[in-house]
Ligand binder design. Structure first.
Ligand code: SF4
Length: 376
């Protein structure tokens, strides 16, 4: 096996203590009765996977809220990853966690299991923002969890802005408070109203006062400005890190490397094929227990899909996308109008070209989604 054979390994743990109204991830309320069966199903899926034996460059346990499974079960899953995929001793092994489910015993168990990166969903240090998001934790738990997260080799803190009732000053203070924890990485996302969420229903009923796009833009600038002034570098539209602390797992996604996903709703991208598992955790467990495949679909990535992926993922990164490469993908996809559309975005000053690479300009960064849409 060579480094070129190595994969990103993603494991989905779908349990949360409570569903947040804005969340469109595959997550359900934690059911202690399902925890052992789910753990067993994941281990079984790995045993039977086609990718068994391929080395893992990164491992990422996401969700949901993985710590709801408890340290012992998470350690069992990680031990199985090591058995199935030769995990490089220098591999990045990340677990997502939330304040409110983290305690010292769990941190001890995760460290003993080889976890070297924690991704902590703090979202805010302001009680009013946390209440608006209906998070299970308050500011005290957020501070305590940040202190525990610092025991890992590296860690990340998630923030959210553009929240109901939040002011740009509060969003900026959140960024400053994040910096005061000495976190080497921050992911800062604007709240979006996703289809099928409770938040979307409330918005449709007219009961939610979301900040205007102008106010959201102000918050984008305030948060990004504070994080950069504090020494973190923006290496993707929403991700900031001190040098050497960028998420290797996410960077591999953005660069279009291969990954395998285990668990309910997990996606895999191997060669030209993309596949995904059933989203319902009960059905996932049942299928595996009956010796059936958990896969719920697969497709060959079309030239158009490859073009869109490169545009959507790589253009958002600090390095941008190779101009020749993206033009080649556009040609292969029959996107004859791409160069014209690109010319328009260059004229508007939202993207720029330097050294053969296409990047978002500072003016284009906050408008990344609409720039990409205009190019697609
Ligand atoms: S804790 Fe995270 S995964 Fe769980 S419901 Fe809230 S946003 Fe979704």
């Amino acid at each position: 096996m060579t480094a070129a054979d190595s994969l990103g390994v993603y494991i989905h743990i779908p349990f949360c203590l409570r569903k947040c109204p804005y969340c469109d991830f595959c997550s359900i309320g934690y059911d202690p009765g399902m925890a052992d069966a789910y753990t067993e199903a994941i281990c079984q899926e790995m045993r039977e996977a086609e990718t068994s034996g391929r080395p893992a460059a990164t491992v990422y346990l996401g969700g949901g809220t993985p710590p709801t499974l408890g340290g012992e079960r998470l350690a069992r899953i990680l031990a199985q990853v090591s058995r199935i995929h030769e995990v490089d001793p220098a591999a990045e092994i990340t677990v997502e966690a939330n304040p409110g489910v983290l305690d010292e015993a769990l941190v001890d168990a995760l460290l003993a299991a080889g976890v070297n990166r924690l991704s902590l969903g703090v979202q805010s240090f302001h009680p009013s923002t946390l209440t608006a998001l209906e998070r299970i934790h308050g500011p005290e738990e957020a501070w305590a969890a940040a202190e525990m997260a610092a025991r890992f080799c590296t860690w990340s803190l998630d923030l959210m802005f553009g929240v109901m009732g939040q002011s740009p000053e509060e969003a900026e203070t959140d960024a400053e408070r994040a910096l005061s924890t000495s976190t080497p990485h921050v992911a800062a996302y604007c709240l979006t109203v996703e289809e099928g969420t409770a938040l979307q229903e409330r918005v449709a009923r007219g009961g939610v006062d979301l900040p205007s796009p102008e106010l959201q833009r102000e918050m984008f600038d305030a948060v990004g400005g504070a994080l950069e002034a504090g020494g973190l570098e923006r290496y993707e539209v929403s991700n900031f890190a001190r040098p050497g602390h960028e998420s290797r797992h996410n960077r591999a996604y953005w660069l279009g490397r291969e990954y395998v996903g285990y668990g309910a709703a997990a996606h895999s991208c191997l060669g030209s094929q993309r596949s995904w598992n059933v989203a319902d955790p009960r059905e996932y467990i049942e299928r595996i227990a009956r010796g059936r495949s958990p896969s719920n679909g697969r497709e060959v990535r079309t030239p158009r899909a490859r073009f869109l992926e490169a545009l959507m993922l790589r253009l958002r990164t600090r390095e941008g996308v190779e101009l020749d490469g993206i033009c080649g993908l556009a040609d292969a996809a029959g996107e004859t109008g791409f160069r014209e559309r690109l010319g328009r975005q260059l004229e508007l000053g939202l993207v720029c070209e330097a050294g053969g690479r296409l990047r978002l300009t500072p003016a284009g960064l906050p408008l990344a989604d609409s720039v990409i849409l205009a190019l697609a």
